[in-house]
Write a protein that binds this ligand. Sequence first.
Ligand code: NAD
Length: 318
Amino acid sequence: MPEFRAVGFIGLGAMGVPMVRHLADKLPAEVPIYVFDIVQSVVDELSTQYKGKIFGANNARDVAAKSDVVFTMVPEGSHVRSVYLDDENSICSTDVSNKILIDCSTIDTATSLQVKDHIATRFPSASFYDAPVSGGVLGAEKGTIAFFLGCAEDDPNLPKISELLRMMGKEIIPCGAPSHGLAAKLSNNYLSGIIAIACSEAFDMGMRAGLDPRVLAKVYAAGTAQNTICDRFNPVPGIAPEAPSTKGYKGGFKVQLMRKDFGLAVDMARRVNAKLVLGDAGLQTYENASKDPRCRDLDSRVVFRYLGGDEDWAKKFQ
Ligand code: NAD
């Protein structure tokens, strides 16, 4: 890969670590990776494990100075602002002319555009992209995540960026323009979150009316209600064998992350004057479930439990 002499990665959490590992395993031997996280132990761990390939940097500025392309994968807009714009240790405190900066965090579109504008003004030859991902920690580990890129299909950097993204994920969808990757991701998670609540409510009412949830699942799959949440991520334990609900709601998309993304989607809808009938109710549901000790830290489809759904239904239908 002649275009990139060194790659940077900032934010080594649940998603960042497996993504960096894929880069380390797949980049040509002569391309080093410079990494930074405010948690020093994870930097040390990676640079020890990948000695001679992954190098710890002192701060975001250091990563940006040493790399021609930099990925960021931090929790929220405030962290993205801090990594790119804050004080003397941020990415923009070094000269990033001609560099490519790719933010994979799921944040609000306004912050992303603010960072992009700042970079465009100070370093016109640099390129900044929003590139949020879908597929969760499992997808990051398997290298099957999807990237929603905030750029046009004919963006001149797309071929070389795609080469790197394909090392970490399966699908790359250019969404049209700056911040459109985030807008696509947030509207997707809004839809998925609403379906999970509706699915939980529908099962709960059907089961309370005396139906076996396995029968309900067949009915929904055969009818107009058919959807992936019902088929593969069913909120009722024991219906979809691979669903987190069947494994005690473990190993999925945490309810707090759904609350965060759902809130960002509702904010975005407000900003663009989209009328939401279900937004406030959905947000309140995920807000409450996030605080409920029976649900916190578990897969977001735990809304079925939050609603008081019967998880021990199998006893009734032996
Ligand atoms: P995480 O909290 O596990 O990791 C974030 C990392 O960023 C942490 O290691 C933290 O120390 C580091 N960090 C925070 N501020 C920093 C700073 N100023 N400089 C350097 N490092 C800093 O979060 P995650 O689960 O890896 O998620 C990251 C992003 O990806 C979030 O926006 C999240 O919504 C999104 N996402 C997560 C999932 C998922 O299933 N976990 C799926 C898709 C998208």
